[in-house]
Design a protein around this ligand. Structure first.
Ligand code: FAD
Ligand code: NAD
Length: 465
């Protein structure tokens, strides 16, 4: 096979890698991307997109179950629905397939050469790829490592059989009767909620004192309330100890130190993700580490000249949009543009029920950073649109500096608030002050009005509460 020489080689076609390659191609850089599985990486194939498809299907099903129960005030009467999960999964797979082709098409349009296979460094400028037809050598002036992340496995609960990761959970063709979720973070709660809505009896085993410990307690309270309403049992300060000898049950050490056995058809382990730093010859390079991750500077440059790293392999927050922004940045740097990582905030959205959005600093974080602050808080219970959607739970909270009213952070919890993340992100990125948000006409009736009202409230000028 003839060797390939190029200006840029990207390893991994997840959101970090494929965006980097597309942008580089657009800028006229001779670019090659290597992917061992399918284009789109974790996000598109076994992450963001399939999980949101499943969450949507579960929500629709649960809505009809609720309507059929006759306990709804809307006056709608219907009979109990049925769920064919294998068809739901087939539908999810068609969306994934369309997006796989979409990514391939975009790479092609940008004149990026795609090589299918596993890449491995020989040295800092040379990579060999095991392809279906043989070994391909690629020499590159610049290499971007975008190898992503993989689920963390607990030594006491190795994956296999009834113990599954999110990847298998997203392809189950029948709803387990009893599902135990180990880890009450992003994935555990998003998927645990979806399976509970589809009819599984779900128990969440979380090691920390509360679920979603990365968010503050005020934000997660409506989620806890809803988990309870859905019949999900949450055990906090609890540790999974391993499978019971007889099988079919998980042994859990509870907060009090006693051991309980939880019957389970499936055990979904979602205790975090680890960077993929093995299997591609990292030992051939001299890369500094940042804990388990690859260390990078504000240009996503590693400790070796000409080698960049982006996305989950470089650490938290492990989010697709961070990976994409880093990918775009690196492509432009390689094209000679003057760019550094100068983002003010990376929005985080948890697609639980209700959803959580957090952009920038919380009040505690802002205070710790030395700012005197003002906080405006507006509940959806006072928002007309939320009432008409039976979504009165939750609030929008804005945190700003007390002296010049610069907005430092915006958080919300409520039905459908993921879509408010765009407005929140824009406000912080553009350096908005409370007066900018308060002075912007927000369409009525929308949940976005709660954003404006939270700013008005922090200025002592609230109108609707
Ligand atoms: P990845 O997407 O992991 O892609 C890395 C790619 O590199 C893979 O395709 C892999 O096959 C390839 N690769 C690795 N090694 C090699 C090699 N040696 N040779 C060739 N190819 C290689 N994030 C959000 O922002 N929003 C969400 O709603 C969200 N939901 C999620 C739900 C789940 C269930 C999971 C698991 C994750 C979710 N995430 C979400 C996280 C998101 O998927 C990741 O942050 C994102 O995919 C990281 O992108 P990446 O490009 O760094 O790596
Ligand atoms: P996570 O870090 O969100 O949650 C892991 C949870 O497991 C934590 O609450 C932790 O305290 C708990 N835990 C750790 N060890 C445990 C143990 N032995 N027993 C019981 N609990 C234990 O991790 P995740 O849910 O696996 O998700 C991984 C990453 O994927 C996230 O950090 C996030 O970056 C990304 N993700 C994002 C989204 C989104 O943006 N909506 C959705 C899913 C995943």
């Amino acid at each position: 096979m003839k060797d390939i020489s190029c200006k840029l080689l990207v390893i991994g076609a997840g959101p970090g890698g494929y965006v980097c390659a597309i942008r580089a191609g657009q800028l006229g850089i001779d670019t090659v991307i290597v992917e061992e599985r399918k284009p789109g990486g974790t996000c598109l194939n076994v992450g963001c997109i399939p999980s949101k498809a499943l969450i949507h299907a579960a929500e629709e099903y649960d809505r009809i179950v609720h309507l059929a129960s006759g306990q709804n005030p809307l006056g709608i009467r219907t009979t109990r629905p049925e769920l064919d999960l294998s068809q739901t999964i087939a539908w999810k797979d068609t969306i994934v397939g369309r997006l796989n082709s979409g990514v391939s098409g975009l790479l092609k349009k940008s004149k990026v050469k795609m090589v299918q296979g596993r890449a491995r460094f020989r040295d800092g400028k040379t990579v060999e790829v095991e392809t279906e037809t043989g070994r391909q050598i690629i020499r590159a002036e610049n290499v971007v490592i975008a190898t992503g992340s993989a689920p963390v496995e607990l030594p006491s609960l190795p994956f296999g059989g009834t113990v599954i990761s999110s990847t298998e959970a997203l392809s189950l063709t029948s709803v387990p009767d009893k599902l135990v979720v180990v880890g009450g973070g992003y994935i555990g709660l998003e998927l645990g909620t979806a399976f509970a809505k589809m009819g599984a009896k779900v128990t969440v085993v979380e090691a920390q004192a509360r679920i979603l410990p990365q968010y503050d307690a005020e934000l997660t309270r409506p989620v806890s309330k809803r988990l309870q309403a859905l019949g999900i049992d949450v055990m906090t300060r609890a540790k999974a100890r391993g499978m019971a000898k007889a099988g079919g049950a998980l042994l859990v050490e509870t907060e009090s130190g006693s051991e309980v056995s939880l019957a389970a058809d499936r055990i979904l382990v979602t205790v975090g993700r680890r960077p993929v730093t093995q299997g591609w010859g990292m030992e051939e390079l001299v890369l500094d580490r940042d804990g388990p991750y690859i260390w990078i500077d504000e240009k996503c440059q590693t400790s070796m000249r000409g080698i960049y790293a982006i996305g989950d392999v470089t650490g938290e927050p492990m989010l697709a949009h961070r990976a994409m922004a880093q990918g775009e940045l690196v492509a432009e740097i390689i094209a000679g543009h003057k760019r550094v990582w100068d983002k003010r905030a990376i929005p985080a959205v948890c697609f639980t029920d209700p959803e959580i959005v957090a952009v920038g600093l919380t009040s505690d974080e802002a205070q710790k950073s030395g700012s005197e602050i003002r906080v405006g808080h507006f509940p959806f219970a006072a928002n007309g649109r939320a009432m008409t959607k039976l979504g009165e739970e939750g609030f929008v909270r804005v945190v700003a500096r007390a002296d010049n009213h610069l907005v430092l952070g915006i958080q919300a919890v409520g039905q459908g608030v993921s879509e408010l993340s765009a407005a929140f992100g824009l406000a912080i990125e553009m350096g908005a002050r409370l007066e900018d948000i308060a002075g912007t006409i927000h369409a009525h009736p929308t949940q976005g009005e709660a954003f404006q009202e939270s700013a008005l409230k922090s200025l002592g000028r609230e109108l609707h509460i």
